[in-house]
Design a protein around this ligand. Structure first.
Ligand code: HEM
Ligand code: HEM
Length: 472
């Protein structure tokens, strides 16, 4: 049978842009880390912590993570369906709309326009851009799957579909708002209902953006990198359906001890604990796929990224349910423990898996071998050490803060003022800022490796022109 002409050019373009947004996100992350220790670095009004923080999270989640997922979904869907993309033109339109949306997001956030909902800050005109972007993307993915030449639906396709459908529903429901001017709108929901919808969205954004897509990537690129199939397809499918079913009920674990109804909090807590099983279904499947192959941890740099990535996912999905227990939440909520959790997921799980996938694609995108494997190994160690230092310092800071806030004297008065607790965590804030520098050193090495790969190699002729398609 003739090999289908896959579109690799669009994959390459998405990766180039997502790398740019990733670097922007990390630079801003480092800047806000320093702002928390050196207030003079807040340059009013545009470059204050309050405006830069959402820029950091939006660039990280939407620019780096989603941008790379766009690339990898467009890559995987063609191969798993054994056919080219349903529409190359739609994919190219998606690329430019994606970049336009990120730029519009960055500018409006710096100008101070915001809906004040975390991970949903963008005002309604940009919401509309996001909706068009997602519809265009969804049509292309779904139609490619519908018209596939491969009967079997590999588990990555299921995770991709869940993400495509899930994000659409979440975004539309949480976007319901009444615009009062070009850049101001008010949520359609009020008070506790608003909070409940917002965190149903917020936590499922974790599910549909920071869990399902990296799992799709992991399930595809682990066997590709090791050369052996995954341990169990059945386990992967069972883990998929149970994960998707359970995630949807857990959002209220962000609102424990708040005025939302008690039963909703209890349900969120119960489902969060149950989530350990489907999450670990994938972790165990990943580990068992390495049976007889563990030597590849030493010999194959791609495997190191992927296995450490799934290990952080495993740790993240033990820590998360613990945080969802009322008593534990009472201790760590509002403390720096939570950013420690978040960055084990974003810098550890998500980014490590994405780095592996991009390395795997580099020779296919540029038609030549990777410039330097020692550089890739160095990248691995720098981001690993950076991520660990970030999370561990935040966990210690969080426990210390919680301890100080809860300390009371015999007469019931607080032992420490809030200011005392803040000053006491400064050393950990320094450690976090330093960890960011280590992490970005690794990422810059990664980018340099890719640039040198391009310089050294010759891009395949069939894919050189923008929008061109070629077998890869
Ligand atoms: C079984 C899976 C998980 C559970 C039950 C869980 C649970 C939780 C809980 C309870 C919180 C709130 C902490 C607080 O503010 O008191 C939280 C925060 C968060 N988690 Fe997880 N987590 C899980 C997995 C993940 C994964 C895989 C990621 C990927 C990066 C992630 C990213 C986040 C983020 C971004 C927040 C911060 C939300 C905010 O802005 O407040 N979580 N998680
Ligand atoms: C090493 C690089 C990074 C540094 C130094 C950094 C630093 C920070 C800082 C200082 C905060 C604010 C914490 C607070 O409000 O107390 C933050 C929040 C956050 N960052 Fe990063 N970040 C980095 C990379 C990333 C990346 C790559 C992503 C996404 C892929 C990301 C996602 C987030 C999220 C979701 C939050 C909100 C956490 C919460 O609400 O608890 N970060 N980051």
């Amino acid at each position: 049978m003739e090999k289908p002409q896959y579109n690799i050019a669009i994959v390459r373009s998405f990766i180039h842009w997502s790398l740019l947004w990733g670097v922007v996100s990390i630079v801003v992350g480092i800047l806000i880390s320093f702002q928390l220790i050196i207030p003079e670095l807040n340059l009013s009004p545009y470059f204050t912590y309050g405006r830069l923080r959402p820029l950091h999270t939006n660039a990280g989640i939407f620019g780096w993570a989603i941008g790379t997922f766009f690339a990898l979904f467009l890559y995987m869907v063609q191969r798993l369906c054994r056919r080219p993309l349903w529409s190359d033109k739609l994919a190219r339109f998606q690329l430019w709309l994606f970049n336009l949306t990120i730029v519009a997001a960055a500018v409006t956030l710096l100008l101070g326009f915001t809906q004040s909902k975390e991970y949903h800050e963008l005002e309604w005109p940009i919401d509309l851009m996001v909706v068009v972007l997602w519809v265009v993307f969804s049509i292309n993915i779904v139609m490619t799957i519908v018209k596939r030449n491969e009967e079997q639906m590999y588990v990555s396709l299921w995770f991709m579909l869940a993400s495509v459908v899930g994000v659409a529903i979440l975004y539309l429901v949480n976007s319901a708002a009444v615009p009062v001017s070009l850049f101001k709108s008010y949520s359609a929901y009020a008070g506790a209902n608003d909070a409940n919808v917002q965190w149903w969205y917020g936590h499922n954004a974790v599910a549909m953006v920071l869990t399902a897509p990296p799992l799709a990537v992991f399930y595809y690129f682990l066997p590709k990198s090791t050369g052996v199939p995954i341990f169990s397809h059945r386990l992967s499918i069972v883990a998929f359906w149970s994960l998707i079913f359970m995630y949807l009920w857990t959002g209220a674990h962000h609102l424990l001890w708040t005025p939302i109804p008690d039963w909703i909090q209890t349900m969120a807590m119960a489902f969060s604990i149950m989530l350990i099983a489907p999450s670990w279904g994938s972790v165990v499947n990943g580990y068992l796929s390495m049976n007889g192959q563990w030597r590849q941890m030493r010999e194959n740099y791609l495997v190191k990224f992927l296995i450490l990535g799934i290990t952080f996912y495993g740790l993240q999905t033990l820590q998360g349910p613990l945080q969802a227990v009322r008593t534990f939440s009472a201790f760590i909520h509002y403390t720096d423990w939570v950013p420690g959790h978040v960055h084990m997921g974003t810098l550890g799980w998500v980014s490590l898996v994405l780095f592996a996938a991009i390395y795997y694609l580099a020779p296919r995108m540029y038609g030549t071998e990777l410039y330097s494997i020692p550089m890739a190994n160095m990248h691995f160690w720098l981001v690993l050490v950076g991520q660990l230092l970030y999370s561990v310092s935040m966990w210690i800071a969080g426990v210390q803060q919680a301890g100080m806030w809860h300390a009371i004297g015999p007469d019931g008065s607080l032992t420490y003022t809030f200011m005392e607790s803040l000053v006491s965590v400064y050393p950990y804030y320094w450690a976090r800022a330093f960890s960011g520098i280590i992490y970005i050193a690794g990422v810059l090495l990664f980018v340099a490796n890719l640039v040198l790969t391009v310089r050294k190699g010759k891009t395949r002729d069939t894919t050189a022109a923008p929008g061109a398609v070629g077998a890869a």
